[in-house]
Design a protein around this ligand. Structure first.
Ligand SMILES: [Cu+2]
Length: 709
């Protein structure tokens, strides 16, 4: 089916105006105010109206169980052999265009043939909750709601949410989980079937309009053709992404950079990276999980009786996959549901002619609402874990390994483990309105009750565990912890039935930066429970909290201080071009035709962002200011922070404790500067660096760089 044949929705713009005239005052008011915005739509600022709907209140939170994805099974080679175009190492075998090959096939590094997986991009439906909801307005008052048949419901009517339309890996959100192991390569055939829509789901007005995708395994050590980055696809004339009917084979060697064991990592995720629509595709569901274990010397193989003895009990399944109990990924994602009266008005509207924007969409009431182009970055008011809003997890009385991932567009979280005697209260019942409704619930009497022992960052296991009272989680970052659910931080044992809340204490009303966090102007009243944890039965526990984990890779045999004058400098800025090129690096929007150029360094040079294969270099990543924070992600090898704000690391800046580890996302507070050291090994070709506030990325805060032979 092609775009033109998608059924038109029941509401036309005229219907909406009619509803505005004959419906309630609230609709008329909203309609007339917003129509005034339309009349000045030529003005650039009209696109910056950060007018969001208020999601309906989830009335019965913390009842839906936390979904814990099971491991996807590889496809038997006997079946792969029947494919018309099976994967392989030859020319033209990497994608359906037949124009690329894999740069390093596993046998070239002495590795076995890859396990083969197949993941299909599918249009599907997803429910964030089974709870009933109460539609509320920005002031927290009950308000009208709608359905897809054109009915309007009066204020105070309790409703069941319609499912949201997703573009998902195998049609689920989050997508499949692949449990990988170092030394065992994985090849995933990603197949685009987003043109098929058997249930005739309404695609709404976000998600790449040409239904293309581009999958990046963040931040695996991967050749450009498997990296899923738009600098590569644009240079190779593949385009913005892989379109419906096409496929590509992403080969993940599960091989540490430089063959160096100390470069191993532990938790990847795969997500969309389609040029200009990464945010809308990720928000529409393209998120998958990829923990990676290390069987060498049994160090970290998901078996707590061996190696480092990190929490986890491994079951090898007959289908070739394995699952690890007590080792739980937690993908955090915030969303916002349509209220049916908020205007859809976006610089991308011309890409979605069926939506007939600008207008409100009462027929989309209760489904995910997205704005591509907002001034700061899209934030939601409903917080979800593994695709479920406010879930509950029953744990055994023992230690767990929790792998946190921030899969949100722009929101940063600051998490603590809290207890609460009186339990969650809706923010509405506490008298809040506006942005203070974000998160919907609070635990006013919440008190920190447990600490978390950090064992890993983006770059994998850290040298030694860090005991934390709280931790920030910036977009795309991963942080892993051991939590001992047998006792509280004061030493008191837990009891069956005790309740602990994973609680967000960072208030962020838009994507610019926090309004309140533990580091800056904390708001002791902003305590939003995200996940309810209930203590269950005792269970055997052979895990330990090791005193040492994985040593950092050795620094190169050069004095990096002597390299500082010739460093490459990349600065994030908000530009004056506006629109699609709002967000810049070194004054330029992303240019897919060539690598970026450094700002002038102290030696007076402006080198191209180009590195010789096998080199090591010093880069500076700078936040050009303006009061925005930027989570700046560099593809390819993880970096080590050498200096932050002019001070050598270690010791780490107290606000950025992960600076002592390997990382792939740099957390840049406003005005900060970080100098990093990086290797460029094993593969040649185009890669990118970009802000992982996906609104910024999609509006050009990205730069191309490359490794040359
Ligand atoms: Cu940014």
């Amino acid at each position: 089916m092609c775009a033109q044949t998608i059924a038109r929705t029941h509401f036309s713009r005229r219907d909406f105006l009619k509803l505005g005239l004959t419906g309630t005052a609230a609709v008329t008011l909203a309609g007339s105010r917003l129509l005034k915005v339309i009349s000045t739509a030529q003005a650039k600022d009209a696109y910056y109206t950060e007018v969001y709907p208020t999601s309906p209140l989830i009335l019965d939170p913390f009842r839906d169980p936390l979904p814990i994805p099971r491991a996807l099974a590889p496809i038997p080679y006997s079946e792969v052999g029947t494919w018309a175009k099976p994967p392989g190492s030859g020319d033209g075998q990497q994608n359906s265009y037949g124009n690329e090959r894999h740069q390093i096939w596993p046998n070239m590094i002495g590795y076995p043939d890859p396990l083969i997986y197949k993941i299909t991009l599918q249009v599907s439906a997803h429910a964030f909750t089974t709870s009933q909801v109460l539609p509320i307005d920005n002031g927290g008052k009950p308000t009208i709601s709608f359905d897809s048949d054109g009915n309007m419901y009066p204020a105070g009517a309790v409703r069941t949410l319609p499912p949201s339309t997703i573009y998902g890996f195998n049609g689920t959100f989050p997508g499949p989980r692949i449990n990988a192991e170092y030394g065992k390569p994985v090849l995933i055939r990603f197949v685009n079937r987003l043109d098929e829509n058997p249930d005739n789901l309404d695609r709404q007005d976000f998600g790449a309009p040409d239904w293309s995708f581009l999958t990046h395994l963040h931040n695996a050590h991967t050749a450009p053709e498997s990296d899923g980055n738009p600098f590569y696809t644009m240079k190779k004339n593949i385009g913005h992404g892989y379109e419906p009917g096409t496929w590509c084979d992403n080969l993940y060697l599960n091989w540490p950079a430089g063959g160096d064991d100390s470069e191993k990592q532990s938790f990847f995720w795969f997500h969309d990276h389609r040029m200009d629509h990464t945010g809308s595709n990720v928000y529409k569901g393209m998120v998958g999980l990829y923990p990676i274990y290390d069987p060498k010397n049994n160090m970290d193989m998901g078996d707590e009786t061996k190696g480092l003895r990190l929490p986890g009990m491994r079951t090898n399944n007959p289908d070739g996959s394995f699952d690890v109990e007590y080792d739980i990924p937690l993908a955090i994602y915030d969303c916002r549901l349509d209220d049916g009266v908020t205007l859809h008005n976006d610089v991308h509207d011309n890409e979605f002619p069926n939506a007939d924007n600008p207008r409100a969409h009462p027929e989309w009431w209760g489904k995910t609402f997205y704005k591509h182009f907002v001034n700061h970055g899209f934030v939601g008011d409903i917080f979800t874990v593994n695709g479920t809003a406010y879930p509950v997890l029953e744990v055994k009385r023992r230690k767990y390994r929790l792998r946190f991932l921030n899969a949100s567009i722009a929101r940063i979280y600051d998490f603590q483990l809290m207890s609460s005697t009186s339990g969650p209260k809706s923010a509405v019942s506490l008298g809040y309105g506006g942005d203070e409704l974000d998160g919907q619930y609070r635990i006013p009497d919440g008190q920190q009750c447990m600490r978390l022992v950090q064992i890993a960052t983006d770059g994998g296991l850290i040298p030694a565990p860090l005991t934390r009272d709280s931790f920030e989680l910036w977009p795309a970052k991963r942080r892993e912890f051991i939590v001992d659910f047998t006792r509280y931080m004061d030493g008191t044992p837990t009891k069956k039935g005790d309740v602990i809340y994973l609680t967000n204490v960072m208030k962020m009303g838009d994507g610019r930066m926090w309004d309140a966090s533990r580091r800056f102007s904390p708001d002791p009243d902003y305590k939003v429970p995200v996940l309810k944890i209930v203590i269950g039965d005792d269970a055997p526990d052979n895990s330990v909290i090791p005193t040492a984990l994985r040593p950092l890779p050795a620094l190169p045999n050069v004095d990096w201080k002597k390299m500082l004058n010739n460093r490459k400098i990349f600065e994030t800025q908000r530009g004056s071009f506006g629109m699609e090129a709002e967000w810049l690096i070194n004054g330029m929007p992303f240019d897919p035709s060539q690598p970026a150029r450094s700002l002038k360094n102290p030696a007076g040079k402006t080198p191209l962002a180009q590195q010789k294969l096998g080199s090591y270099d010093v880069w500076e990543i700078r936040n050009g200011g303006g009061g925005w924070v930027h989570p700046l992600h560099l593809h390819m090898e993880e970096h080590r922070v050498l200096m932050r704000n002019g001070k050598a690391v270690p010791p780490a800046d107290p606000g950025h404790p992960d600076d002592i580890s390997k990382e792939d996302v740099i957390a840049l507070d406003p005005g900060e500067s970080v100098i990093i050291g990086r290797y460029f090994r094993d593969f040649v070709g185009p890669y990118v660096g970009h802000c992982h506030n996906l609104t910024h990325e999609d509006h050009a805060m990205m730069f191309g760089w490359e490794i040359v032979p």
